[in-house]
Design a protein around this ligand. Structure first.
Ligand code: PMP
Length: 410
């Protein structure tokens, strides 16, 4: 479950004064000891470097993995779309009209994913929330991995569906849950992240597909961190495991990571997508994406398919950085082949200190601590980008080595 800084609003009452007081005092303490690396003001574009209060730092904090923010073709496409369609969509598509650019984006995604159809929503979070709620109900069971994204937890909690979770990547436990529940529910859905956002490891999808077939369960995969990253050409999980599109029932992805826009999508069978267009609350009751965002996303899909050099560079950087961090003696968990490399530090306070020192030394990175991750599993989540240069990565490694020794982490 992902929650930052101890804010887990859905586990508690939002209006609970005690909870709010605790959080505010935690933030005050971080500020008092100059340990707060969150919400730093970034000036200008986010790419391999960021400008923070006038100082350029190497960024490990962005999941724009292919470094496409600021890409000239994408910016041009966005500007042309503004000229043609204006800045806003004007309302929900069902009632305001289904603009050509929205249809084009959905067709582009369906084409990229080789599925019958696709639908876009205004964010990845909303996509997970309202898709699960629209497709599954009180007679169904949703089974999730313990480390699935918060939006999947929230979808289960707020939609009122029965749900269970298995320990991270523990597919024996998943099978036991399937065995125990197959007769108790009308339908079962298994939802996993393709790449786990805090650990950087990859779900064992072929085995999950095998179990789903055996127990007649549906499958949904969140490709937020695998799109543009996994596979020989960055086409994602399907390419990585050599799957067929039909092997997964619900392909979910975001347009906010390797694709430098905003929004989320579901790709799959035409019937399911049409059903979502008329029933998913995040579509029916929420305004459509701005045309410039659609145009940016379309241009980015084109670049992912055509500019294979960029993806190759990302792969080289991942391998170079991961090897370097490991060589220094840091624990990087099971991260492999993904652009998320957790660098394990330990306690909350040590992780805060480590991140602060890195930021002071020109490396922009945020601490990830309990309850986002287990106690004493505090870490720096390092996001590698295609645009990082070897010099950038070497500089980061030097900083990590220095700070690691100072704080006795390595
Ligand atoms: N799924 C995963 C795995 C994520 O990491 C995120 C956000 N980082 C989302 C969904 C939500 O996506 P968005 O930020 O586009 O709302």
């Amino acid at each position: 479950m992902v929650s930052i800084l101890g804010i887990n609003l859905f586990g508690r009452k939002i209006t609970d004064k005690e909870t709010i007081k605790k959080l505010l005092s935690r933030i005050k303490n971080m500020d008092r000891f100059y340990l707060n690396s969150y919400l730093q003001e970034v000036q200008g574009k986010t790419n391999r470097t960021v400008k923070v209060t006038g100082r350029i730092k190497i960024s490990l904090g962005s999941y724009s993995y292919l470094g496409l923010i600021g890409h000239k073709k994408i910016e041009k496409a966005a500007i042309q779309a503004i000229k043609k369609y204006g800045t806003g969509a004007g309302g929900v598509r069902l009632l305001t009209g289904n603009s050509t650019i929205h249809k084009q984006l959905e067709q582009r995604i369906a084409n990229f994913k080789a599925t019958e159809d696709a639908i876009v929503f205004s964010s990845g979070y909303v996509t997970n929330m309202c898709t699960i709620a629209a497709l599954f109900g009180k007679d169904d069971l949703v089974i999730i991995d313990k480390f699935d994204h918060q939006s999947i937890y929230d979808a289960c909690i707020l939609s009122g569906v029965a749900w269970l979770r298995f320990n991270h990547n523990d597919l024996h436990e998943l099978e036991t849950i399937l065995q125990d529940n197959i007769k108790r529910y009308k339908r079962i859905l298994i939802v996993v992240d393709a790449v786990y956002s805090m650990d950087g490891d990859i779900a064992d999808i072929p085995e999950i597909i095998r179990l789903a077939k055996k127990y007649k369960a549906f499958t949904m995969v969140d490709e937020a961190h695998s799109l543009g990253v996994l596979g020989e050409h960055g086409k994602g999980l399907k390419e990585y495991f050599n799957l067929k599109s039909a092997d997964i029932d619900i392909w979910m992805g975001t347009l906010s990571k390797a694709i430098p826009a905003i929004g989320g999508y579901i790709a799959g069978k035409k019937e399911m997508i049409t059903y979502l267009r008329y029933s998913a609350h995040g579509f029916v009751f929420s305004a459509a994406l701005p045309p410039s965002v659609c145009a940016s996303a379309i241009a980015a899909f084109d670049i992912i398919e055509k500019d294979t050099k960029r993806h190759k560079q990302l792969k080289n950087n991942i391998s170079y950085f991961l090897t370097g961090v490991k060589r220094l003696g840091f624990n990087t968990l099971m991260s492999k082949d993904t652009a998320i490399i957790p660098v394990m530090i330990g306690s909350v306070i040590k992780t805060f200190r480590f991140a602060k020192k890195c930021n002071d030394l020109g490396v922009f990175v945020c601490p990830i601590v309990y309850p986002a991750v287990p106690k004493d599993a505090g870490r720096l989540r390092c996001c590698v980008m295609a645009t990082h240069t070897k010099k950038d990565l070497d500089n980061v490694l030097r900083v990590f080595e220095k700070v690691g020794k100072e704080l006795s982490v390595v």
